[in-house]
Design a protein around this ligand. Structure first.
Ligand code: NAP
Length: 267
């Protein structure tokens, strides 16, 4: 195994702060091994603060054996302004979750979180088509999910966020592209949701507030997470205690792992 890392090994990574909880290195290295590509590529955690991120990205242009990186919290939105080129998906969402380094040193950003979320739900047997959806969050992951829900024909979308201006701005952007989807930032007293999604980072730390209140959980059928560690978040625990169907953050990552590796050239 050790001999597999040579002077020709390409480094790929996951850039986040914090990064110690990230499942991506284990999942990516296992998949690379299954494909016979471990050693040609190796994935490493890259612990980079928000302040250091622009300088780090600039440095990656000079690292000739850098294949690319998964970009995670809190860098996704900023990354969209730092790379040299965006795919149409990343441009639409205004955030990046994977960066590839081309041979000429140019960095290309794409966004796979939204498709990953919808595909993860589909793998578990749930469709977003025609669904009334409640989404907590308006950051990188939540924005990508919101666009993917609209693309896959959800009936309505209610976006809630700590910073309401971000929810309103996201709501307007979705309406501009998908006018047929009913998008709101208001919860009405009688609203019922087929699917509720936590797209915030709440749940990663033990004493975090619930991203969706207990009384609101009671008005939803299926509760889905983006948070992946812990796998069973307090939100999912509460929903499960209320007898709701729960869906963890793991299928969202698993569903996009192959696509992430392919974008970084590992195929
Ligand atoms: N399972 C997967 O494959 C997968 C993929 C992507 C992301 N994720 C997870 O999804 C989560 C969000 O990631 P991201 O990249 O979207 O991060 P991000 O762009 O930094 O967005 C963070 C979101 O969480 C909200 N938030 C943060 N702290 C909060 C608090 N104390 N109270 C209320 N809201 C708070 C933010 O609200 P403001 O706008 O008010 O700041 C924002 O909506 C993370 O846990 C990440 O690990 C999982």
């Amino acid at each position: 195994m050790l001999a597999s890392i040579t002077g020709n090994t390409k480094i790929i990574g996951v850039i986040a702060d914090p990064v110690s909880q990230a499942r991506t290195p284990i999942m990516a290295n296992t998949l690379l091994d299954e494909k016979g590509l471990w050693g040609a590529f190796v994935m490493l955690p890259m612990h980079v603060s928000a302040e250091g991120f622009p300088a780090f990205i600039a440095g990656l242009r000079a690292l000739k054996n850098f294949g690319g990186a998964v970009v995670s919290m809190p860098h996704k939105v900023v990354a969209a302004n730092l790379v040299d080129e965006l795919t149409p998906e990343a441009r639409l969402v205004g955030a990046v979750n994977v960066v590839r380094r081309n041979q000429d040193g140019r960095l290309i950003g794409t966004m796979l979180d939204g498709e990953g979320f919808v595909a993860g739900l589909a793998c578990a047997g749930y469709s977003v088509k025609g669904a009334n959806v409640l989404l907590a969050g308006a950051g990188g992951a939540a924005s990508a999910i919101a666009f993917a829900l609209a693309k896959h024909h959800c009936a309505s979308l209610c976006i809630q966020n700590r910073t309401p201006e971000r929810a309103s701005a996201l709501s307007k952007r979705i309406t501009d592209v998908y006018p047929q989807v009913e998008v709101t930032t208001e919860i009405h007293a009688t609203s019922h949701y087929d699917i509720a999604i936590n797209g915030t980072s709440l749940g990663m730390k033990p004493n975090d507030d619930l991203p969706i209140s207990k009384s609101l959980i009671a008005r939803c059928d299926l509760i889905a997470e983006c948070v992946i560690a812990p796998e069973m978040t307090p939100l999912l625990q509460e929903a499960s205690d209320q007898g709701k169907v729960v869906h963890t953050g793991v299928p969202m990552l698993a569903a996009q792992m192959n696509l992430m590796l392919a974008f970084m050239g590992a195929e």
